[in-house]
Design a protein around this ligand. Sequence first.
Ligand SMILES: [Zn+2]
Length: 409
Amino acid sequence: MHGRRSGTLRDLRRENRSAVLWSLYFDRPRSRQDLGAATGLSPASVTNVVRELLDEGIVTEVGSQDSDGGRPRRLLDVYAEHGFVIGVDVGETRVQAGLYDLTLVERAKAERPFGPGEHDVAAAVQAIADTLHAVLADAAVDPAAVLGVGIGVPAIVEQGPEAVVHGQTFGWNAVPLERLLRAHTDLPLRFENCAKTTGQAELWFGAGRGARTAAVALIGSGVGASLVSGGSIYRGVNSSAGEWGHTTIIADGRRCRCGSSGCLEAYVGAEAILERFADPAAAMSVADSASASASAGDAESALAALVAMDESPAAQALLAQTAEYLGIGIANLVNLFNPERVILAGWAGLMLGGRLLPAIRSAAERHSLKHPFAATSIELGRLGPESMVLGAATLPLEGFLNGAIGHRP
Ligand SMILES: [Zn+2]
């Protein structure tokens, strides 16, 4: 009985603490009075929680604000140096990592190539470990000050005692990625599908802010979506919800990397678009501009060149057709899921959307039911391609704000 009561009290304190932290995190700086109004907690509870957070060095006082007639109100902010988080994104062609302070200001970043066709697990683990060690060294941060590492992967992540990943298009079948990385680091690790990490970044800081129901469509080499319901990401029975790229849009269509045919990814994924580009003269100039840029991934520079080809009727036709397929894919999301917002993200999504958004919207409208479409806005992601690394960094931060990690002695 006694143990149970104290457990309940501890839960309540943790909930209050979490409510104050979340509220402060997304609207900084704030006074104790503002935090009370935002969380619904009593002034005494807010005072207690804030005292605890000040004592632990998570929150700091940053000046004061005049109040009408009363005493000036002290303003509180999150203390950026309290701890650090690392985000790692395992992409199709590279592994990128970023080290951030607690307010998500980037302190260091690193990148390792991870070539197409070399998606072997050992190479991925090594590249992740290398970027992790590189950002720690570059930022000169003591690993003990790192709250955790979030890792986004282009695969389904089965959460459990140890995360196991299923990347059908990579040939990763039940890869025990967490156990393999344990040989390289003792830091707390969290894994998630990269469409979901990007979705979370857009939801917290980008085009998804304030949305309760949204679909973040991620288009790079692969295609996926993050479905946000009630303000959090919907995962489904075994975490694979949002495998939008492998919904079929053409019966007996192009072969897809997943082994099926006619998938959306086989039409609007970056490599798929380049493969569909049949005009030999125009294709030649795409290849030239791709090889002229050694730093960026080949697919990125090739797609950028293709999107900019105003003089080529073949390129224009291909882009119009791509907008149509993408619009059909979005219409399927709208009809099935009834989101208030569809956000087009990922490097290829931003590239295509920057040029084709009106055509994509028009196709989505033609293929959607009128009632759900009227409630949906279709927007471009606001965070840019780096949202994948930032999104991965939100994984340990989310745990910290919830009170699951942190609170070091
Ligand atoms: Zn597929």
